[in-house]
Design a protein around this ligand. Structure first.
Ligand code: DAH
Length: 339
């Protein structure tokens, strides 16, 4: 019997090692230690032995049982661990990478807008919002635009009612700011504006402007020039130069239009600047005394400068886009190029 048990133990030991999964191991265990298992059968046979042999035989069988149980338990533990690791590996989900997901990106206009806003914020300007649906007062009267000014015509501005329009310029934000905050004021206000234009390569019924306003004691044209020079270099490159041309806006006096050297040909003349070497980038000037007065700011104490730039224009020049409609057609093939 002893020999039988030794052989059985040896055989089981090597079979256990070659068991590759829990299921096979369990089957094997049942076949040896189960109710009709091989070792259980040997144990049962003890009752047929002469009484004096029974204790020794019982001891041998029990020892074998303990040993085999230990062997099964150890292998079981190893297999369980192995199976768990395999399961974890096969069910692993990497939430950080999915190359098949389409990634969104910023619209070229927003890329330029962020750049402009970052620049002015770095100089201490605050960013202010202002309504797109606006009282005529803010779009015209307060900005010193007279009753008979052509911009007030129905063919130029979208009117919601007789007294309310879709703002045609972000200059409305100047008034909204000066009504609320007393100088010193240093703000920019980017946003949408609307004009009654038919869309073509250079016109759109909706476009984007950014307004700037600085009001304090002793603000002069030199301050305006210094800031706009830095601005043009920031957007179009270090070698950019600017020039002022006299102009007219009801809300500034004197008024200017500002040109920058063309960022594509650096002043030599090309398709983008229509051969002139210069590109108009914005309107600006010294805040008209009447505008300050309309906002209860004393023009004998305070002066200010203001500017308004077309952000779509700047974006299109920057990227060499020649048709203003294209950025708003939402063609992914076009938009993808900028991210
Ligand atoms: N509001 C003007 C426009 O829409 C742009 C402008 C010109 C804004 C001169 C200003 C300014 O603040 O000082 O054409």
């Amino acid at each position: 019997m002893e020999e039988k048990i030794r052989q059985l133990t040896e055989r089981v030991e090597s079979s256990v090692l070659s068991c590759a999964d829990m299921r096979t191991l369990n089957d094997l265990k049942v076949g040896v230690l189960g109710k009709s298992g091989e070792l259980t059968a040997i144990l049962r046979n003890i009752k047929d032995l002469p009484p004096e042999q029974k204790p020794a035989a019982g001891k041998i069988v029990n020892e074998a049982r303990v040993k085999l149980e230990k062997i099964f338990a150890e292998r079981g533990k190893a297999l369980e661990e192995k199976e768990l690791n395999e399961k974890l590996a096969s069910e692993k989900i990497d939430i950080t990478i999915d190359k098949n997901v389409l990634k969104g990106g910023l619209h070229p206009l927003n890329i330029v807008r962020n750049k402009i806003v970052d620049f002015f914020v770095s100089l201490g300007f605050i960013v202010a919002d202002s309504p797109e649906i606006e009282k005529n007062y803010y779009n015209f009267e307060a900005l010193n635009i007279p009753e008979d000014h052509p911009a007030r015509e129905i063919q130029d501005t979208f009117f919601v009612t007789k007294d309310i329009c879709l703002r045609s310029q972000t200059s409305t934000g100047q008034i909204r700011m000066m009504e609320k905050v007393k100088p010193p004021i240093k703000m920019i206000s980017p946003g949408r504006v609307y004009r009654s234009d038919n869309p073509d390569a250079t016109h759109s019924p909706m476009f984007h402007q950014i307004e700037g306003l600085v009001v304090d004691k002793n603000i002069t044209m030199c301050d305006l020039k210094g800031i706009l020079e830095l601005f043009a270099k920031e957007i179009f490159g270090e070698s950019t130069k600017i020039r002022f041309r006299p102009s007219y806006f009801p809300f500034t006096e004197p008024s200017i239009e500002v040109d920058a050297t063309c960022s594509h040909c650096h002043g030599a003349g090309c398709r983008v600047c229509k051969g002139t070497g210069w590109i108009e980038i914005l309107g600006a000037g010294i805040v008209n005394r009447n505008v300050l007065k309309n906002c209860s700011i004393d023009p004998d104490v305070y002066t200010g400068f203001a500017f308004g730039a077309g952000m779509d224009r700047i974006t299109n020049i920057f990227h060499g886009i020649t048709d203003a409609r294209v950025p708003f057609e939402n063609d992914v093939r076009f938009l993808k190029q900028f991210n």
